[in-house]
Design a protein around this ligand. Structure first.
Ligand SMILES: [Zn+2]
Length: 91
C-alpha cells in the first residue's frame, strides 16, 4: 500500500467515525424558561436560548409536561415558541 493510499483511507475512516459519533449524540431536549420581563410567561428553549429568539429569559425547574398548564398564577406561554416547536419537522 502506498503512503498516499494509506492517508486517503485513514481520512475516510476518520470521516466515517465522525459521522457515527454525530449520529449517536443525544437529542437536545427542550427546556422551559421564564421571561425576565413578565412573570409566569414561559418560552421553550434549546441550549439555554428561547427558540423564538427572546434572550431575556431565565431558567426554571419546570418539566416540559407542564407546558400549557394554567393555574391561579395565570401562566402564559409563548405562542411563537410553541409554533416553532410544532413545526420543527417541516423546517
Ligand atoms: Zn418564545
Amino acid at each position: 500500500m502506498t503512503k498516499e493510499l494509506f492517508l486517503k483511507l485513514a481520512k475516510k475512516i476518520r470521516c466515517f467515525n465522525k459521522k457515527r459519533y454525530n449520529f449517536s449524540l443525544p437529542k437536545e431536549e427542550y427546556k422551559i424558561r421564564e421571561s425576565m420581563y413578565s412573570s409566569f410567561f414561559y418560552h421553550l428553549a434549546l441550549n439555554g436560548n428561547a427558540i423564538c429568539g427572546e434572550n431575556m429569559t431565565m431558567g426554571t425547574r419546570l418539566s416540559l409536561e407542564t407546558w400549557g398548564q394554567t393555574s391561579h398564577l395565570n401562566e402564559r406561554y409563548c405562542k411563537k415558541c410553541e409554533k416553532i416547536k410544532n413545526n420543527e419537522k417541516y423546517l
